[in-house]
Design a protein around this ligand. Structure first.
Ligand SMILES: [Mg+2]
Length: 211
């Protein structure tokens, strides 16, 4: 019997809340609070329009808003050169190594087509997953495609968003085990639908489970 483990990235394998806070601090130090606050309103504007966080587009709009800003290229660097390998949760790579012993792990992540794959590679996850990485703007809309790309008898979906786990459960039913990792700012967000099959507080807790 083949098993595929579908693993989310942000706030599941990688502390994206902390990465974002560090980026925010760096931008504030570079351009001051007013322009920094404009940066984050552009970030939200892009997220509303595109339905997904898009840093490259946010940077384009920031540049357009403040063409006179002397530290624009440093702002670019602060956003584009985040050392994401430093933001992996403790033992995240050990969990992936363990899942390779049990079946085939794959990253199933939400995000834009440029920054998110770059983040995954930079964090060392592309290598750890041996290229098994798919990124969609809304991954819940692509479960059929995901099953074609990673055919299996059994799936596990590991995610910090209970809402996404409930959607996977609704579509794959008894063929999937859903695992809620209660990390980051969505950890306590209420979700409709089926409750997760397994709940853990930290990704490292998966080392103690026999999935
Ligand atoms: Mg997430």
């Amino acid at each position: 019997m083949t098993s595929v483990f579908l693993i989310d990235v942000d706030n599941t394998l990688l502390d994206n809340d902390r990465a974002k806070a560090d980026v925010a601090q760096a931008i504030g130090a570079l351009v001051g609070p007013d322009r920094a606050s404009r940066f984050w309103s552009l970030y939200e504007e892009v997220r509303d329009e595109c339905g997904v966080v898009d840093y490259p587009e946010t940077l384009r709009r920031f540049r357009r808003a403040f063409p006179d800003e002397k530290r624009l290229s440093e702002v670019d660097r602060a956003v584009l050169d985040v050392p994401f390998e430093r933001y992996l949760y403790p033992r995240a790579l050990d969990v992936i190594a363990r899942l390779w012993q049990r079946g085939e792990p794959a990253i199933l992540s939400d995000g834009d087509r440029v920054y998110q794959p770059m983040k995954i590679a930079r964090a060392g996850l592309l290598l750890a997953l041996r290229g098994n990485v798919v990124v969609y703007e809304h991954k819940e809309d692509h479960l059929a495609e995901v099953q074609r790309r990673f055919p299996a008898d059994r799936y596990a979906h590991i995610d910090d968003k209970a809402e996404l786990l409930a959607l996977t459960k609704a579509s794959l039913g008894a063929r999937v085990t859903t695992v809620h990792v209660r990390q980051g700012r969505y950890a306590d967000e209420a979700a409709g639908g089926a409750p997760p099959d397994i709940v853990v507080d930290r990704i490292a807790d998966l080392l103690a489970l026999d999935l």
